[in-house]
Design a protein around this ligand. Structure first.
Ligand code: SF4
Ligand code: MG
Length: 289
């Protein structure tokens, strides 16, 4: 009989060095719970990150971890998944890592539809380098690099990934760790690329309007609002509220899920070795020639 794994089985001995009260504590807590609900042992999980405060997260779990290069969590995670499709692959990082220096990787990872879960801890500021404007900083935010308030419109992570064609898109906050854990679990279970944007407060450099207490009062649960996650256009409409309304829940879930890149690659291999007949293949383009 297999032993049941609990959240604490995924917690490493490394003590987080985040500032006391940082939202990322809640995010890692939610990830422990989600992994326990999935029940895969740590040696079957690969967790990749870029650079930033939030990118320390793999080290705080018992999964195989790779705290990689700034903005490059997605290419590395994709390589790992393709080399070993049986691994459960998670990628994580901050808003700067994911939507500034790593922003070019996001559409390509999504259009390949590799089965991995990408969690962005979006605090709308660069925390590790002491509080500069990030790509998701709201207009008007005063930081060390925008002493008169930001003149730039922020990137909208939700709308971007929906437009690029992600099959699963959700948003949560560590102000509701239970709800966030459920979203991460659903994202992991989704058979294809899944994106979870986590509005995770930076207590040291973040906007005073985006802190845990305000999140608790501001959260608007998409389920309670009657949103149908199968409706992509409605999801895009709601995503336009990014930065104004803190919607939590699943924005979009494509059903049925499309075949993943690694599934097609495996098929191609089977077809080439003569194991599969053409009519068993998903796409005509993958028939052996
Ligand atoms: Fe968290 Fe901000 Fe501190 Fe970084 S600087 S650990 S994001 S509170
Ligand atoms: Mg950030």
């Amino acid at each position: 009989m297999e032993a049941t794994l609990t959240a604490k089985d995924y917690k490493s001995d490394l003590k987080p060095i985040w500032c006391p009260g940082c939202g990322d504590f809640g995010v890692v807590g939610a990830i422990y719970r989600a992994l326990a609900a999935i029940g895969r042992p740590s040696h079957e999980i690969a967790f990749v990150s870029g650079i930033g405060c939030s990118s320390r997260i793999p080290g705080y779990t018992t999964a195989y971890g790779f705290n990689s290069v700034h903005g490059r969590a997605l290419p590395i995670a994709q390589g790992i998944k393709l080399a070993n499709p049986d691994l459960l692959v998670l990628a994580a990082g901050g808003d700067g890592d994911g939507f500034s220096i790593g922003g070019g990787h996001v559409p390509h990872c999504i259009r390949r539809n590799i089965d991995l879960t990408y969690i962005v801890m979006d605090n709308q500021v660069y925390g590790l380098t002491k509080g500069q404007l990030s790509p998701t900083s709201p207009r008007g935010l005063r930081t060390v690099t925008s002493p008169f308030g930001s003149f730039e419109a922020p990137v909208n992570p939700l709308l971007s990934v929906l437009a690029y064609g992600a099959g699963f898109v959700a948003q949560g906050t560590p102000a509701d760790i239970g709800g966030l854990a459920t979203l991460v679990e659903q994202a992991i279970r989704y058979p294809g690329f899944a994106f979870v944007n986590v509005i995770s407060p930076c207590v040291t450099y973040g906007s005073p309007e985006s802190q845990m207490k305000t999140h608790k009062a501001a959260m608007r649960d998409l389920g309670t609002l009657g949103h149908d996650p199968a409706d992509r256009l409605a999801a895009m409409e709601l995503a336009q509220e990014y930065g104004r309304t803190l919607h939590t829940g699943v924005f979009y879930r494509r059903e049925p899920a499309e075949p993943t890149y690694e599934m097609l690659a495996r098929e191609r291999q089977r077809a080439l070795s003569g194991e599969a007949r053409p009519r068993e293949l998903i796409l005509d383009g993958f028939r052996p020639r």
